[in-house]
Structures are given as structure tokens and as C-alpha cells.
Design a protein. Structure first.
Length: 333
């Protein structure tokens, strides 16, 4: 991979220039005119669940079936190998194959973001290059966290700068403290937003004040903020977020795209009513029951959920009933 990494690094300045020269598009709701990004991330992205067979092998046929259904929903694009894709449980070969499968099935006008964050900078660069070769448009790079005590602002800036310098595709930062125990510091985000190959952040922490400050402090940069959960999507749009990467979109994709549309057209009362009905189902498939709950809910809406890969365990019958009740009392079942 060393040759691929060196080649990517040599191409990076030209690619960054192309991104800057591309046609300008609509940014977040509260961003002043004149700061539109060159790479439009506005809209909803489902972070795909990875289908497994009963033997816990990746089931590519079921993945393609889910993708055919998602193609009918007006998503801006898809995320492969995010937290909801059981990314840490996949071998490197499987990660590349999943991204290749998604790229083949995805319409060319839809963006493909692919998770490529690893614990070391070198491994992250190598996997990012592989994701680009497999057809990803953007690399989604989660914070390294195993040695979180050493992950200072300076260390994280250095890590992401090295990755962005070497990446042949744009990079989106990914902060998910519920999984990593580490919030990417605001100071690091502001500094990294100045890098020509870092185009945004997916922030899953749910701190709206922090997200608003990100939008405000990076308003002069070619940088966009994505909400990392459907539970605070409306609030994120209100402070200037461009879009959302939402687990619930695997299940309720159309309603989330409708919420996106209502916010963009300033139909705030309708947006508020819809947001209220999404909060409890979103909590159920994220913080409450996690990926096993998400996959179970997918099955009720016509998608293949299937088993998780061990050690993630299936829901108990009582948990399944609680999950179903959450969707039904909010009018979704």
C-alpha cells in the first residue's frame, strides 16, 4: 500500500484544486451567501447496516436487495462502514468488498461515504486509499480512541492532516463519543476545517451548542456539519447543519427526507411535528437497543435486517415487544 499512499499524496493538491473549482451549491440553512461548498453534502444519508447470513458471513445478495429499495428514496447518498455497519467486526477484505458492492448498486448521482478510520494514522491512510479504489466518493474517518488519554488536540490535528494530505478523496471527520469515549475537540475541528481536502464533520454527540459553534466558526471555510442522529436533526438544521447521517434512515428513510425538505422550505411547524414522532424510534434503534434493534426494525419495514455478528446479541422477546410498541405508539406501525 506504500506506493498507493505516495501516489495519493502526489495527487492531493490537484484534487483539492478540482474540488475548489467545482460548481458551487447550497450549504446549510443559516450559512451566509458566498460561503457555499464545492462538494455538496446537503441531505440525508443512511449509515447502512451490514447484512449477515445465519452463519454470520456478509450477505451481499441481501445488501443489494436493500440497496434497490433505498434507490427509490431521495437520499443524498449512503454511508458504508459506519458504526451501524458493524465496521469494527469486518475484516479489511470484507470492508473493501462491501464498498465495491454498494458502489456498483448506487446511482452515480448519489454520494458514497465510506468509513476508513483505524487506530493508527498509517492504517487509516492505507484503508482510505483502498476505499477510494473501491469507488467511495468521500472517506468518513472516525477518531482513533484506544489510547484516548494521548489523543490531545495536537495529536488529532496531526492525524487528520496526515490522512487528508494522503487521501485521493475528500475527508469527513467523524466524532461519535458514545462509541469512542472521545469528542473531537472544537479547536481541532476549526483548525482542520481549513484543510482543502477536509470538507465536513459528522457529529453524533448531540450537543447543539457545539454544532452551532462549528457552523459559526467554520463559516469562511469550505466545510459542512452533518448531524449524526435523527433525534436532533431539526435542531441541527436550525443552527446551520447541511444534512444528517441517521441510523433511523435505514428504517424510515422517506420521513427523514421529508423532514429535511420541511426544514429547507421553512415549514417549521410541520417539521417540529414530524421531528417529535421520530425521537423515540430513533432512541430505540440507537442508544436503547443499538444495532440489534435497528436490524429488527428494518424487517418490519420490508428490508433485510438479519443477525448481527457476535458478540452483538439479538434482542429478547420482551425487548422486541418494547421496540415494536415504540414504533406503533408514534404512528409508524
Amino acid at each position: 500500500m506504500a506506493l498507493g499512499t505516495r501516489l495519493a499524496a502526489s495527487l492531493r493538491p490537484a484534487l483539492a484544486a478540482l474540488h475548489r473549482a467545482a460548481p458551487r451549491r447550497c450549504r446549510g440553512l443559516s450559512t451566509p451567501q458566498g460561503s457555499e461548498p464545492s462538494f455538496n453534502l446537503g441531505g440525508i444519508f443512511p449509515p447502512l447496516a451490514t447484512p449477515f447470513s445465519p452463519a454470520q458471513e456478509v450477505d451481499y445478495a441481501q445488501l443489494e436487495g436493500n440497496l434497490r429499495r433505498y434507490a427509490r428514496i431521495p437520499f443524498r447518498g449512503l454511508v458504508a462502514l459506519g458504526s451501524n455497519g458493524e465496521y469494527p467486526y469486518l475484516a479489511s477484505r470484507e470492508k473493501v468488498e462491501v464498498v465495491s458492492c454498494v458502489r456498483r448498486a448506487l446511482p452515480r448521482d448519489r454520494l458514497l461515504l465510506a468509513g476508513s478510520g483505524c487506530e493508527s494514522t498509517q492504517a487509516t491512510i492505507e484503508l482510505t486509499v483502498s476505499m477510494a479504489e473501491a469507488g467511495a466518493d468521500v472517506a468518513l474517518v472516525v477518531t482513533p480512541c484506544y489510547y484516548r488519554g494521548a489523543m490531545t488536540t495536537a495529536a488529532l490535528i496531526h492525524h487528520y492532516t496526515e490522512v487528508a494530505d494522503a487521501s485521493p478523496i475528500p475527508v469527513v471527520l467523524y466524532s461519535v463519543p458514545a462509541n469512542t469515549g472521545l469528542d473531537l475537540p472544537l479547536e481541532a475541528v476549526i483548525t482542520l476545517a481549513q484543510h482543502p481536502n477536509i470538507i465536513g464533520i459528522k457529529d453524533s454527540g448531540g450537543d447543539i451548542t457545539r454544532m452551532g459553534l462549528m457552523v459559526h466558526k467554520t463559516r469562511q471555510e469550505d466545510f459542512q456539519v452533518l448531524a449524526g442522529s435523527a433525534g436532533f436533526l431539526l435542531a441541527s438544521y436550525a443552527v446551520g447543519a447541511s444534512g444528517g447521517v441517521c441510523a433511523l434512515a435505514n428504517v424510515l428513510g422517506d420521513p427523514l427526507c421529508q423532514l429535511d425538505h420541511l426544514c429547507r422550505t421553512a415549514k417549521w411547524q410541520e417539521a417540529r411535528d414530524l421531528q417529535h414522532r421520530l425521537i423515540e424510534p430513533n432512541t430505540a434503534v440507537t442508544r436503547r437497543f443499538g444495532i440489534p434493534g435497528l436490524k429488527k426494525a428494518m424487517e418490519w419495514f420490508g428490508y433485510y435486517g438479519g443477525p448481527c455478528r457476535a458478540p452483538l446479541a439479538p434482542l429478547s422477546p420482551a425487548q422486541v415487544e418494547e421496540l415494536r410498541s415504540t414504533f406503533s405508539t408514534n404512528g409508524w406501525l
